[in-house]
Design a binder for this molecule. Structure first.
Ligand code: PHE
Length: 533
């Protein structure tokens, strides 16, 4: 309809409006790209397979072997299980969840370099080594609701956390709020001056100009025309001494840097992060650790359907089924099923035996693994709360530790785990190449530059995790040139015979659990429709 529909569009919409009412008309307009609508109007709502689907067709639920017990694999098994499919999940590691990995005291890992760590976190303390934040629009929230996983706010942006740019010569960190006040202030001053001097007259009417100036006065907290639109700081920057009782108005943070100092310091480069669709507050986390999600999924799937320690060595499809070979406890075993869903990392599948064809192999090899690492630093006291008034959130730096995350739970409590680095790419590889002890020393030495000696003296223990070095995963996420819908990936977005592919890499939300949920739902929908056909 799209192409030759143009001239009759209004008539068509009127007809839809008359017969279906305004809601239907809006939904139709949304589908045609003519109206901003809720996603629900554009994408058919997901419908989970149900046993009743089979009663009218005379078909029966098929058997499905799912390779990979991460979020995509567990979700595939969970959703198919709702309709009574005979599902078997094969997971190479001893635990399910994939990159959704919460580290608690007593947990042990051995990386691909043979480095062994045991976490010594105290009771109630944890590190979400993989996913750690959820945006409100994400399917992850819907699964938490459905699975009964309680969530709490995750502080992704905090005006009282810091910015620290060593390369700009900063010797002390600047509060996020101070950076924001100065950057917004000077940007507003400059734009107001340019506007008032007529530099934007070609783009703005006289009314536009006045409205823009009114907006900028509030946005930047700048003076008016008679003050030359000047930014001179103010309470937004923060207080050296906080306002108190009558007689104690507090002392506004002074020493407002000039405009060139502010831009030279680079403090503005972190301010847009919180505007991202996937990073904007409010964000959420499961109470008690992110792995509450795969735990609940695995429970719903049923332990007897999940085989851990099952390392798949071959996937062979044929006209009437799929045979999957795996190693477990030193023995070679095999499962056969009507269908297979390959929900393991593409870099791992690329070196697993299969007969799925050259296009599949080329696509798998085009998924480029990325690096990321984190260290959890458990402290004996919550000095960031008592000493800095920071309750969650992130300090942004240009150091190789990149980000410092303060815990979003256990406020006002005794101990807490700070994420001492969450870095990617070369910085993650540099830390990954060190021993766990060396990683801690490096992260702490950098942290001391921001927080002082307390960063070292209050440290109780640490645990670090690097995804490129994690057996059977070997990637934090993947980058797909041109996105998952680029032609080279077509072979993974459709079944290869009876084998389907799922994972966050096959979504438009790579490096998010949302992507894994969405991909699993897509595959489940396709597979179920085929079984019913
Ligand atoms: N989801 C991950 C995170 O929030 C990785 C990511 C970072 C993805 C930034 C997109 C944008 O840290």
């Amino acid at each position: 309809m799209g192409q030759n529909f143009g001239t009759d569009r209004r008539a068509f919409l009127r007809a839809v409006g008359v017969t279906g009412g305004a809601g239907t008309m809006l939904a139709t307009m949304g589908a045609l790209g003519l109206a901003p609508t809720a996603r629900a109007a554009e994408v058919p709502a997901y419908r989970a397979p149900s046993p009743g689907d089979f009663s009218l067709t005379g078909r029966a639920a098929a058997s499905v072997v799912v390779v990979g017990g991460g979020i995509a694999g567990l979700t595939t098994a969970y959703e198919l299980g709702k309709a009574g499919y005979d599902v078997t999940v094969l997971e190479a590691r001893e635990r399910t969840g994939g990159r959704n990995f919460t580290v608690r005291g007593g947990d042990t890992t051995t990386d691909t370099l043979g480095q062994r760590q045991t976490a010594r976190f105290s009771r109630g303390q944890y590190l979400n080594a993989g996913p750690a934040r959820i945006a409100q629009w994400m399917l992850t929230m819907d699964y938490c609701r459905e699975l009964g996983v309680p969530v709490e706010v995750f502080t992704n942006a905090n005006a009282d956390a810091y910015v620290f740019n060593a390369a700009a010569g900063m010797t002390a960190p600047v509060r996020h709020r101070t950076a924001k006040a100065d950057v917004y202030g000077y940007v507003s001053e400059l734009l107001a001056k340019a506007t008032d001097q007529g530099a934007l007259d070609a783009a703005l009417t006289a009314d536009d100009r006045e409205r823009l100036l009114t907006f900028l006065r509030g946005f930047g907290s700048i003076g008016g025309r008679t003050d030359g639109w000047r930014y001179t700081g103010g309470g937004r920057r923060g207080y050296a001494e906080d306002p108190g009782a009558a007689g104690t108005p507090g002392t506004v943070l002074g020493d407002v840097p000039d405009v060139s100092e502010v831009f030279a310091s680079g403090v503005g480069r972190y301010l847009s992060f919180e505007l991202g669709y996937d990073q904007a507050m409010l964000m959420f986390q499961p109470v008690g650790g992110m792995d509450r999600i795969p735990e609940a999924l695995a429970r719903a799937v049923g332990g007897r359907r999940i085989r851990t320690g099952a390392q798949v060595t071959d996937i062979t499809g044929s006209a009437d089924g799929v045979s999957v070979t795996y190693r477990s406890g030193g023995r070679t075993r095999r499962v056969t099923a009507d269908y297979c869903v390959a929900a393991l990392p593409p870099n791992i599948l690329a070196r697993t035996g299969h007969n799925l064809g050259a296009a599949v192999q080329t696509a798998l090899e085009a998924c480029v693994p990325s690096s990321a690492g984190k260290i959890g630093l458990e402290y004996r006291s919550r000095w960031w709360e008592t000493g800095h008034g920071i309750y969650g959130g992130i300090t942004e730096t240009d150091l190789d530790l990149a980000h410092i995350w303060y815990p979003s739970h256990g406020f006002l409590g005794e101990r807490g785990v700070v994420v001492g680095y969450y870095n990617t790419g070369a910085a993650a590889d540099a830390y990954g190449a060190l021993t766990p002890r060396e990683r801690e020393a490096r992260a702490v030495a950098h942290g001391v530059r921001i927080h002082g000696d307390v960063y070292r003296t209050e440290l109780a223990s640490s645990f670090s995790h690097h995804w490129r070095q994690t057996p059977h995963v070997e990637a934090a996420w993947h980058s797909l040139r041109g996105g998952p819908d680029a032609p080279v990936f077509a072979a993974l977005n459709e079944p290869a015979g009876r084998v389907y592919f799922a994972g966050d890499h096959l979504s438009h939300a790579i490096a998010w659990q949302h992507g894994a949920f969405a991909s699993a739902r897509k595959v489940v929908t396709q597979l179920h429709a085929r079984v019913l056909a």
